[in-house]
Design a protein around this ligand. Structure first.
Ligand SMILES: [Zn+2]
Length: 136
């Protein structure tokens, strides 16, 4: 990888190469010459602690925190080709996932309002973005 150190991941060997490639691309898109944003991996492969059938259990997702605003991060994540994107305003963090759906054109986004396992999810709508994230 170009932009991340092996030690940033807990189980890098279990992550899909496509995920790692997209994480590098995400960093490239976010870090134009004028705008620099730190991207810190906060969770990668794991065997528990996420929702049922989580992409984290198959090496298809990472959680990251970013130093720029979340909607900029969201936009960069879409451009990088992530399919499932969760926004976590309490952490300034994103869930970035690559698992495809039956309908290959389907993209999923959500907003997670809680902390750790006490999550409350709301739909990714204009109204909720305005209410919980801002920056539109
Ligand atoms: Zn996640």
């Amino acid at each position: 990888m170009k932009h991340y150190l092996d030690k940033e991941f807990k189980h890098k060997e279990k992550l899909k190469q496509e995920l790692l490639d997209k994480l590098d691309l995400f960093w490239d898109i976010l870090n134009t010459p004028k705008k620099i944003s730190a991207v810190i991996v906060t969770s990668d492969y794991s065997e528990g602690g996420h929702t049922t059938n989580s992409e984290h259990y198959t090496g298809e997702a990472c959680d990251v925190s970013i130093s720029c605003d979340l909607m900029k991060g969201y936009s960069a994540a879409r451009k990088a080709g992530f399919i499932n994107i969760g926004l976590y305003p309490k952490f300034k963090g994103l869930h970035l996932g690559i698992r495809k759906h039956q309908d290959l054109t389907e993209r999923r986004s959500w907003i997670g309002l809680g902390v750790d396992k006490n999550q409350r999810y709301v739909p990714f709508t204009q109204a909720n973005i305005k209410k919980y994230i801002g920056g539109l």
